[in-house]
Ligand binder design. Structure first.
Ligand code: ADP
Ligand code: MG
Length: 269
C-alpha cells in the first residue's frame, strides 16, 4: 500500500461540485506536483488533505493509518482531528507567519504547545519525558531547521524585517518543525517577486534530497518538471492527466493539458 492514499474525494460547496472523485497515491519520499488553471480545485484538494475542509466523500490513509473515511460516521473529537492534521504540514502562498513573534519563536510556538499537551496526555513528546527536556529538543530542532533554510542569522528578527522569500523559508521551517509525514505547499512562490522565487524553490528542492514527502501546487512548470516524481494536471475538479513529468509535462496526451501547458512557454529555461 502506498504511503499516502487519497481515494475518491468529493467536495461540494452548496451545489457547486469542486472536487469530483479525486484519487491518487504517493510513496514515501516522493514529490507530487499539482498543476492546473485557477479554479480547478487545487487549493480545495490540499485543504481537504489537511482537514481544513471536510470532504463529503472519500478516504485518506497515511502510513497504513486511515485518517479520514466518509463511511465512518462516528464523530471525531477535536483532539483526534488535530492529531490527524499533524500528519500534514501546510505552507501557504501568503506565508502566514505570526507577526508579533521572532523567526525563532515562530518555529517553536506550535511544537511547545504540542509538547505540553502530549506530555500531559501520554507522558512524552518525541522521546522527551518532561516539558523542559522537550523544550530543549524543540530549540535544537529549530536551530537545525533555520540552518537548513539558510536563515540562522535571522533568528531574532521579526517577520516584517524579512523579504518575502525569507518569510516563506521561515514558513517552510515552521511547517517542518512539527515533523509532518507529508508537507503540502499551495503555490509557495506566487506571492513573491520573480527574483525571490529561486531561493524558495531551492529550499524545496533541498528537502527532496532529505527524503521529505511533498505535494506542491505550483505554476512553476520547469520546477515541477525538474523536481517532481509525479505530476497531476487538474481541470474542473477532476484529475485530467497524471504521470511522470516526462509524460505529463513533456508529452501531454489530453487536449486540455496541452492547451494549459502551451500557455507556459518555459520548457527551455
Ligand atoms: N469556501 C468556498 N465556498 C464556496 N466556493 C468555494 C470555496 N472554496 C473554493 N470554492 C470554489 O471552488 C472552486 C475551486 O477553487 P480552488 O480550490 O481555490 O481552486 P484553485 O486553487 O485551483 O484555484 C472555485 O470555483 C472556487 O470559487
Ligand atoms: Mg489555489
Amino acid at each position: 500500500m502506498a504511503f499516502l492514499q487519497v481515494q475518491n474525494i468529493k467536495k461540494s460547496f452548496d451545489r457547486t461540485e469542486v472536487l469530483k472523485d479525486i484519487s491518487f497515491s504517493l510513496e514515501k519520499g516522493e514529490v507530487l506536483a499539482i498543476i492546473g488553471s485557477s479554479g480547478s480545485g487545487k487549493t480545495t484538494l490540499l485543504r481537504c488533505i489537511n482537514f481544513l475542509e471536510t470532504p463529503q466523500a472519500g478516504k485518506i490513509t497515511v502510513g497504513g493509518k486511515v485518517l479520514f473515511d466518509s463511511d465512518d460516521k462516528s464523530k471525531k473529537s477535536d483532539l483526534e482531528i488535530r492529531k490527524n492534521r499533524l500528519h500534514f504540514g501546510m505552507v501557504f502562498q501568503s506565508f502566514n507567519l505570526f507577526p508579533q513573534y521572532t523567526v525563532f519563536n515562530n518555529l517553536i510556538l506550535a511544537p511547545n504547545l504540542m509538547a505540553k499537551e502530549q506530555i500531559k496526555q501520554n507522558g512524552e513528546y518525541m522521546g522527551a519525558k518532561t516539558y523542559k527536556e522537550a523544550q530543549q529538543k524543540i530549540n535544537e530542532e529549530a536551530e537545525a531547521l533555520l540552518k537548513k533554510v539558510g536563515l540562522t542569522e535571522k533568528r531574532d528578527e521579526y517577520p516584517c524585517n524579512l523579504s518575502g522569500g525569507q518569510q516563506q523559508r521561515v514558513a517552510i521551517a515552521r511547517a517542518l518543525a512539527l515533523n509532518p509525514d507529508v508537507l503540502c505547499f499551495d503555490e509557495p512562490t506566487s506571492a513573491l517577486d520573480p527574483e525571490l522565487t529561486g531561493e524558495v524553490l531551492n529550499v524545496i528542492k533541498g528537502l527532496k534530497s532529505s527524503d521529505s514527502t511533498m505535494i506542491v501546487v505550483t505554476h512553476e512548470i520547469s520546477f515541477a518538471r525538474d523536481v517532481a516524481d509525479k505530476v497531476i494536471f487538474m481541470a474542473d475538479g477532476v484529475i485530467e492527466e497524471e504521470g511522470t513529468p516526462q509524460q505529463v509535462i513533456e508529452n501531454p496526451q489530453s487536449p486540455r493539458t496541452q492547451s494549459f501547458l502551451s500557455r507556459f512557454n518555459r520548457f527551455s529555461d
